[in-house]
Design a protein around this ligand. Structure first.
Ligand code: SF4
Ligand code: SF4
Length: 529
């Protein structure tokens, strides 16, 4: 049955550069000499380290416990010895460091015991906790903890069952060069769809829509064949080829294309009865629930300036240069970009580790990515607004971000910008608009963090003052009680007299005690010594 599709506004059609990395099957890598596993690999709190240097760990062992509910656990990617728990440079354009568990593999790759989860008989909250503790996060690039998205929204409008109307599985993979989802759909379609049916049950979804750009006919065919093999269980699933147009893989854009639902600025798709997950995430959820295996690795595309572009199953913590070495980097390589050319970031070092967000290592060279043309003044042509798939006004956000009027930039929905780069791509003045938006967002976050830490410092100060007052009062009460007890012991009415009378009575009592002690002493010379 052909499904009616809808168009999203804006978007661009850059060259896809996908064919070269889809010629060979997904390859596995030998164990690297060292794994550097950052504890912070998702949106939310940084997991607490659970291991120390010198400790032996097994593959799949929990090494970082989720910090609250908005967080996801971290596990050892292989067995070996923890050689350090220390700050290392993270896979981020900032070049900042983050706390990492460094493991020297023992070569055994020995697993902890893994058991399938009886998810059907467990309460939903328990299943979500298990997924948090299995470290499952969105693998499409956002690394948002998946358990938080697996809760049916109470406001799921239009659902006859109180659950979701549409569960959207995102296999669009619209960014140039990146083919990891394409290859995974070709090779692991059964597990992806089995995972999708589990999620459909957890969310009470009426239908499951798998959206794949029509430039991936092999993936579409593989997923359709797998859907057929599911028999009745696959009845709710539709595999839909969607037009190739960047960024069709944006969650709101794919939801729009498949369902016609327009999720307004600042609202959540679950309020409209839709939830969206990447195909890699769905596979990871299947592994976690059906095999009891936490998330330890992912498929990474290596493309660009290499002899053998391809896809590799890579353990988290593997240094990027170790992965790229397998693909044969060309001598004029000058950078590694994590992600694609539209949304990716140049890495601060070639040794940074592969993390949950690493869908692609795009190897750059001056010939492949020449320096950008000089930035010119904005001519207010409006091309950026026409290309924006989020219906924003990028030139307005640019003016305010550039002027550091961040409040104004927010009024133009800065945080609805998905950083797709369409505006930058079309700007005739070569203004790196996305860089301005990322700068504005990071400044706003930094100010909020500063405000939060100032608020926390004030709260700490007030709490300390309150505690000191309370301790002072308690100390005074203890002394008063002690004095009253002493008076009672020596026969003074604690309620009688003021301070002078009390002191005199205490002195008299002390004299009496001294006199009686003197009377009890043996006469001189009768001592036993
Ligand atoms: S495309 Fe560039 S020049 Fe045109 S309005 Fe947008 S920012 Fe200005
Ligand atoms: S980067 Fe942001 S502002 Fe620019 S086109 Fe994409 S969503 Fe719109």
């Amino acid at each position: 049955m052909l499904r009616r599709l809808f168009a999203f506004n804006g978007g661009v059609k850059p060259p896809t550069h996908k064919s070269s990395s889809t010629r060979a099957a997904i390859a596995t890598l030998p164990l690297p000499p060292e794994l550097v596993i950052p504890l912070h690999q998702s949106i939310g709190g940084t997991p607490r380290p659970l291991v120390r240097a010198g400790q032996h760990v097994l593959k799949g062992q929990l090494i970082g416990a989720a910090d609250g509910n908005i967080s996801a656990a971290i596990h050892a990617s292989t067995s070996g010895r923890v050689v350090a728990v220390e700050a290392r440079v993270m896979a981020h354009a900032s070049g900042l460091s983050t706390l990492c568990v460094v493991i020297a593999p023992d070569g055994e790759d020995a697993w902890v015991e893994c058991r399938p989860v009886p998810w059907r008989s467990l309460p939903g909250d328990q299943v979500r906790d298990l997924l948090r503790d299995a470290g499952i996060v969105g693998l499409g690039g956002a690394v948002f903890p998946s358990h938080l998205k697996l809760k049916p929204g109470p406001g799921s409008r239009g659902s006859s069952k109180g659950g979701l109307r549409h569960l959207v599985i995102n296999g669009a993979e619209c960014e140039p060069f990146i083919t990891c989802d394409d290859m995974q759909m070709r090779e692991q379609a059964n597990a992806i769809l089995a995972g999708a049916t589990i999620m459909g049950e957890l969310l009470g979804a009426e239908e499951i829509l798998v959206g794949i750009e029509d430039n991936k006919p092999e993936a579409v065919a593989a997923m359709q064949a797998a859907s057929g093999r599911l028999g009745e269980r696959g009845g709710r699933i539709q595999i839909v080829a969607v037009p190739t147009r960047y960024p069709a893989g944006g969650a709101k854009q794919l939801i729009r294309v498949l369902t016609g639902i327009e999720v307004p600025h600042g609202e959540r798709s679950t309020d409209y009865g839709v939830q969206c997950f990447n195909t890699g995430t769905v596979f990871a959820i299947h592994e976690a629930l059906e095999k009891g295996r936490p998330l330890l690795s992912r498929i990474v595309t290596v493309a660009g300036n290499v002899e053998r572009p391809g896809n590799y199953e890579v353990l988290f913590g593997t240094p990027m240069d170790y992965v790229v070495a397998r693909a044969g980097p060309k001598p004029d390589t000058d950078r590694f970009i994590m992600g694609g050319p539209m949304m990716g970031y140049a890495m601060p070092s070639r040794q940074v580790p592969v993390v949950k967000a690493t869908n692609c290592i795009l190897v750059g060279s001056p010939a492949l990515f020449p320096p950008p043309a000089p930035e010119m003044p904005c001519i207010r042509c409006g091309e950026c607004a026409k290309a924006c798939p989020a219906d924003l006004q990028p030139f307005e956000m640019y003016w305010h971000s550039r002027a550091k009027s961040f409040g104004k930039a927010q009024e133009y929905h800065l945080f609805d910008c998905i950083e797709c780069g369409c505006c930058t791509y079309v700007c005739p003045s070569h203004i790196p608009l996305v860089d301005y938006f990322r700068f504005a967002k990071s400044e706003i976050w930094a100010r909020e963090r500063e405000k939060d830490s100032a608020d926390a410092a004030r709260d700490r100060y007030e709490f300390r003052q309150h505690r000191e007052e309370r301790e002072k009062e308690e100390r005074a009460a203890r002394l008063a009680a002690k004095a009253a007890a002493t008076k009672a012991r020596i026969g003074i009415d604690p309620s009688a007299g003021g301070a002078d009378t009390d002191d005199q009575a205490l002195i008299a009592a002390a004299i009496r005690r001294t006199q009686s002690a003197t009377t009890d002493l043996p006469p001189a010379g009768e001592s036993g010594t």
